[in-house]
Design a protein around this ligand. Structure first.
Ligand code: BGC
Length: 426
């Protein structure tokens, strides 16, 4: 029987959310006008009014960290006009985390752009990078005295593909690999600029506060398939996972339609955020399914949204990243869409076991954030998929613990306290 590796006392156990998916009332961003009114976020999980009670739930789980994003369009609904109420809300949110012993983990960009930026071309307009940098400097200036961990951009690889290949995210363009690549290149440059800007703010304004700045790509474990003639999909899959990271290490971005030198951003990374949900077979259908362009089979080994569960892939991804980049890894998202909570418990046990095995094999993993604390708005899939440890009734906004909430608490306790216990999920 294999045994578990003890988690360090500094390990961050958390849950993750993002502004537009939970806050409600975000009416000034590009998602608020995208698609038909019925498929918009509206009041979402009304976290804006429930955040204190929700953070109580996070603390009751025994977590010691909380990941959230700040909504640019809430802080700056119109170009150059800042909203003091929004700023006050985020101050209260950060303080509420700290009051409950939850280390705040702040994401600066999770898929939404203010409409006034989107109207000018969004990430395809080079001016967006400067505007985003100014916004991030403002956020750091306000919060870097109390927030030490910043994710610049959540899933740049998904943002580019969903916006310009699959047409699922604004501006809803399809089959434009050239634009998808330009978008990813812009996100790389935005990350690099913001990385430097945040460190500048910290060293001039808060020299005694620690600061860690990273980026969180979406990683898929692509399993080899005999249908992948000449390893084409495997190659594209690798590029999907790693193109931006490679660029931050080599100073050169290599995408399908675009090469871009960016030596000035080499080394601009304190940690790698890992968003991991699934494994996919490396063949065309696998890739199309991920992009929502082919039907996803829903069966026992998938979440309700058809994403195939693969905990071994999680271990492999962590080991590979740790070996190749030698940076601390923070698992910034991991979870499953499971309305009835019949699959989530096994998913949790198996994925934490995989993470622990990876640590046992030397991967420097420093955090695990379960996606998500509460059910939320799942982008193009609306309110269908349920990822929460807590179920949300969107009519009454009541929260109800799923069985997995209790299980997650138990696993945190066991992994933090016990030196060696039998390992599940082998
Ligand atoms: C995204 C989240 C999303 C989750 C589940 C991740 O790729 O970062 O915003 O809710 O997937 O769909």
């Amino acid at each position: 029987m294999k045994s578990r590796v003890k988690f360090p006392r500094t390990f961050l156990w958390g849950t993750a959310t993002s502004a537009h998916q939970v806050e409600g009332g975000n009416i000034y961003n590009d998602w608020s006008k995208f698609k038909d009114p019925g498929s918009r976020a509206g009041q979402a999980s009304d976290f804006f009014h429930h955040f204190e009670a929700d953070l109580d739930l996070a603390a009751e789980l025994g977590t010691n960290s909380f990941r959230f994003s700040v909504e640019w369009s809430r802080l700056e609904p119109h170009c150059g006009q800042r909203c003091p109420q929004a700023l006050n809300y985020y101050h209260r949110l950060v303080d509420a985390c700290l009051d409950r012993g939850l280390t705040p983990f702040l994401t600066l960009h999770q898929f939404t752009l203010p409409q006034w930026i989107a109207d000018k071309g969004g990430w395809l307009n080079p001016e967006t990078i400067d505007a985003f940098k100014s916004h991030c400097e403002y956020v750091a200036d306000q919060f870097a005295d109390r927030v030490a961990h910043f994710v610049t951009i959540n899933e740049p690889n998904v943002q580019a593909g969903a916006s310009y290949l699959a047409g699922l995210f604004p501006p809803g363009k399809r089959f434009r690999p050239d634009l998808a690549d330009r978008c990813q290149a812009a996100l790389l440059l935005a990350h690099g600029q913001v990385y430097k800007a945040l460190h500048r703010v910290q060293s001039t304004r808060f020299p005694s506060s620690p600061l860690q700045v990273g980026i969180s790509p979406h990683f898929i474990s692509w399993t080899k398939s005999s249908w992948d003639l000449a390893g084409l999909v495997q190659g594209i899959g690798r590029q999907f996972n790693r193109a931006l990271l490679d660029a931050l290490f080599t100073g050169e971005l290599k995408l399908q339609t675009l090469r871009r030198r960016a030596p000035e951003f080499k080394g601009c990374l304190d940690f790698i955020g890992v968003n991991y949900f699934m494994g996919l077979p490396a063949h065309l259908l696998g890739a199309l399914r991920f992009m929502g362009l082919a039907r996803k089979p829903v069966h026992e080994a998938t979440g309700d949204n058809g994403w195939p569960v693969d905990s071994q892939g999680f271990e492999d991804i962590l080991i590979g990243l740790s070996r190749d980049y030698q940076k601390p890894l923070y698992v910034t998202e991991n979870g499953i869409a499971d309305r009835t909570d019949l699959k989530r418990q096994r998913y949790l046990v198996e994925h934490l076991a995989a993470l622990n095995r990876a640590m046992g094999r030397g991967a420097d993993v420093r955090a695990y954030f379960h996606w998500s604390l509460i059910d939320n708005f799942e982008w193009h899939e609306g309110f269908g998929p349920r990822f929460g440890l807590y179920e949300v009734d969107y009519q009454s906004q009541e929260r109800k613990a799923r069985g997995s909430a209790k299980l997650y608490s138990q696993l945190i306790r066991q992994y933090s306290a016990v030196k060696e216990v039998p390992c599940y999920g082998q």
